[in-house]
Design a protein. Sequence first.
Length: 349
Amino acid sequence: MAEKDYYQILGVDRNATKDEINHAFKKLALQFHPDRWVGKSEKEQKEAEEKFKDINEAYQTLSDPDKRAKYDNPVNDDFGAWDDFGGFNPFNGSFDPFKMFRNRQQQRVIIGDDINITIDVTIYEAYNGAKKNITYIKKVHCPDCNGTGSADGKEKTCPHCNGTGTISEKKQNGYMISIITKPCPHCNGTGKIIENPCKTCNGSGLKTVTVTEQIEVPKGIFNGAQIDFPNLGSEPKGEGRNGHLIVTYRIKEDDYFKIDGFCNVYHIENVKFNEALLGCEREIKFLDGTTKKIKIPEGTKDNTNFTYNKKGMFNIQNGNTEDYNVIIKYVYPEKLTKEQKKMLEEFKW
């Protein structure tokens, strides 16, 4: 059994539905995202980072039906198996110590490689949500050998593993018997040996290609968030199941809008200090594309913050739309003329 309790990490019941797992992940991922711990102590940032990694690890396992099934019903390679009640039974299947091995070979599914990529999204795409075409490299079945890796279509059973794809070692320590299995190094776990390899793929059965897929950019996606897309990864050699495409989202810097943390959006409005002191007007933009003329009152101080309720980013954690802030920043001249200096001297109070 895995050392970590993924259900406990996400705070869900072992019978939790996929929607419950997704909801728990989004809530915790946003709570412990590193961007939210900027400014905290080094210890707190480190703890949040480790927690964030555990949350992602737990989600990657429990959100995938196959991975979750293996996690819920693990088999111990040393001996025995975990029973239906969550306890380890060293005599589970002890009447036939090779039964467990045979069952595992019958159920073994070849899975293609997972692919990890990072994509850039604009702040507008994160605000509105979007469909985005992405291009990446994956492995697919070689067209010249139909994915077999053999130039003439011929292959023979691996004599080292007898076609099982694995080799096993049985060790006995007193009354305890341990059976350790591992992929056969002679056939790379395929159970077959090719004598005349395909020249196109060098016998791998796979060819590297560039593909384009359309994926979702969820509304309110935050910087560093990951989404797992099943079956969009590389194809396996022979029959089996495609790997996963794991996408990390990175929000690009914007000239106008800034993000502090994961959903706190603000804008810095540069104003000449004399205009701020005397009062002036400015036109500002919102994420929804609208604009608004605002009055900057006479005597407005540097770093004054104007808040506009529910005009900011959608918060995945609580389902609310956050506020939007406009921060007034004084701009000073780089050089002063003699007349300007004289006026400032007269301005002393």
